[in-house]
Design a protein around this ligand. Structure first.
Ligand SMILES: Nc1ncnc2c1ncn2[C@@H]1O[C@H](COP(=O)(O)OP(=O)(O)OP(=O)(O)O)[C@@H](O)[C@H]1O
Ligand SMILES: [Mg+2]
Length: 320
């Protein structure tokens, strides 16, 4: 269904000052994976690890530096205009983190929801009305809300509108970029439940970006852990969270699970900040307590450690 092959997205940034040095940011750095129909895959990793860039390459919102994305065997990068709308926009829709900024505040809910449909072709007024009523019901909203503006709705209601809009073209795949992280905890649970129900009802495929491992456990079967543009660990969600192998995954899980919510996030002192300057060898080695000389030359290819589990660490046996 979705296949990502050797995908790279590099940005060139200029350092400070008029003659500032050019800095190459490898936001996505040779990433390959595939997602089958009906599967839900989570992408986790610290801020700046390339999660959003990766999923934006999947629907063609960002043009990759190299590599390919295939949807049902169709290459995304080459498609433009009508072909893009038919072969990509109809299949893949995206839900963003903050509905208060992703929804146009000047449009009524009705017009927000039908926008992707109208981009695909014409429909009569009564057909559109039926469609909106149906979609709002699907996401648990009163169809009466169709004449309101986003500013008149709560955060949870806005995110439901964003989901209705995404579903309007009957997509097969939803790309969800932290869809619940801007919501209150109780509302978050309701929206997650809705997403789970919709996935099973319509056999949707999800690629779900999240910071929150609790959320990930709830909505996904597989997990991809990213670090500075590289996938460092892949496996079934429960296994990766309960028995992480890569030193970075261990750090991530350590810093996320805080037994007392009043305590500050635990940050093991042996681990520093991510260093974008490390471009050769294992990118995690400057923070890794297990690193050895060989790590300087390791290209971070994923190593199969068991059925369905892959890790990019030559020291994985010593770590686990
Ligand atoms: N348009 C851009 N121009 C230059 N650099 C960019 C651009 N978009 C992203 N980056 C850089 O690419 C890297 C990955 O960014 P990205 O937004 O994909 O990370 P992320 O994992 O989604 O982070 P977050 O959890 O904060 O959303 C970062 O270093 C970021 O600064
Ligand atoms: Mg992001």
């Amino acid at each position: 269904m979705v296949e990502v092959r050797n995908l790279k997205k590099h940005f060139v940034l200029r350092g400070r000052g008029l003659w500032g040095k050019k800095i190459l940011v490898k936001a996505v750095d040779d990433v390959s994976f595939s997602v089958s129909e009906g599967q839900s895959v989570a992408i986790v990793g610290e801020s700046g690890s390339g999660k959003s860039t990766l999923i934006r390459c999947i629907n063609g919102l960002i043009k990759p530096t190299s590599g390919e994305v295939y949807l049902d065997g169709q290459r995304v990068a080459r498609l433009k205009g009508k072909e893009y709308r038919e072969k990509v926009a109809r299949k893949v829709q995206m839900v963003f983190q903050d509905p208060t900024t992703s929804l146009n505040p000047r449009l009524k809910v009705f017009d927000i929801v039908v926008e992707p449909v109208l981009a695909q072709g014409k429909m009569s007024k009564s057909q559109l009305k039926d469609l909106v009523n149906d979609l709002l019901e699907k996401v648990g909203l009163d169809p009466e809300l169709s004449s309101r503006y986003p500013g008149e709705l709560s955060g949870g209601q806005c995110q439901r509108v964003a989901i209705a809009r995404a579903l309007s073209v009957n997509p097969k795949i939803l790309l969800l970029d932290e869809p619940t992280s801007s919501l209150d905890v109780s509302v978050q649970a309701q929206v997650l439940q809705l997403l789970n129900e919709l996935r099973h009802k319509f056999n949707l495929t999800y690629i779900f970006v999240s910071h929150d491992l609790g959320v990930v456990r709830n909505v996904s079967e597989m997990i991809l852990v990213m670090y500075l543009g590289k996938i460092v660990e892949v496996g079934p969600v429960e296994r990766v969270i309960d028995e992480p192998i890569h030193p970075y995954t261990k750090l991530l899980i350590d810093s996320m699970f805080v037994p007392d919510p009043n305590l500050e996030m635990r940050k093991p002192s042996t681990f520093g900040e991510p260093s974008t300057a490390v471009n050769e060898g294992c990118k995690f080695r400057s923070r890794c307590p297990f690193s050895i000389k060989e790590c300087e030359f390791y290209d971070m290819n994923l190593i199969k450690v068991s059925e369905n589990r892959f890790v990019s660490c030559i020291r994985w046996k010593e770590v686990s």
